[in-house]
Design a protein around this ligand. Structure first.
Ligand SMILES: [Zn+2]
Length: 185
């Protein structure tokens, strides 16, 4: 799958010195983190995130900073197997960011930036059709930077911690304590 056309986004750091894991091994390590973050999104009332599927995609890791992506219909999150070797906060941060994209795509036009704080959610059922189609049009025309910032802002809203945005999908800091999967070290 060509990540450039069907997916966007990707953070990371150089983990190439870690041992190589098979897809199945990587899936077994990464999937619990992915589900822990999904639980946070579901707990925030974002029921559509139930349908997001996880794929481990080696082809994704085509640069030291490419570890995750989200399909732009929100149906799937792709993570590189190398992520299995990353520290907990990095894995959780990337999952939370990718779920931010998935949510943004699953609820078109609903989430908007709010001055660097958590994303604001527009009350769709209270907005008249004409206004909504205007907003939706603008939502479809957003720049990539805005899309990335929105993913962070949605993650901020759901996880309750601010997100350190450092350029295209680079995630520097994230408070993982709240979301650490039980039994994972
Ligand atoms: Zn992103």
């Amino acid at each position: 799958m060509p990540a450039s056309s069907t997916a966007r986004c990707l953070p990371g750091s150089d983990l190439s010195h870690f041992p190589h894991l098979s897809i199945d091994e990587a899936y077994a390590v990464i999937e619990p983190y992915f589900e822990v973050i999904r639980e946070e999104y579901l707990a925030a009332g974002l029921k559509k995130t139930k349908r997001v599927r996880l794929f481990i995609a080696p082809a994704m890791h085509d640069s030291p900073r490419h570890f995750g992506a989200c399909k732009d219909d929100g149906s799937a999150i792709l993570l590189a197997p190398e992520l299995a070797n990353a520290p907990d906060p990095v894995v959780l941060a990337i999952c939370a960011h990718e779920f931010g994209h998935a949510t943004d795509f699953l609820y078109p036009g609903e989430f908007v930036l709010d001055h660097g704080g958590p994303a604001q959610r527009r009350p769709k059922d209270q907005i008249d059709d004409k206004q909504w189609s205007k907003w939706l049009k603008a939502w479809h025309q957003r720049e990539d930077d805005v899309i990335e910032l929105t993913a962070d802002a949605v993650a901020h809203r759901v996880m309750g911690v601010p997100y350190g945005y450092q350029g295209p999908c680079w995630i520097q800091s994230f408070d993982a304590v709240r979301a650490r999967p039980m039994g994972l070290r």
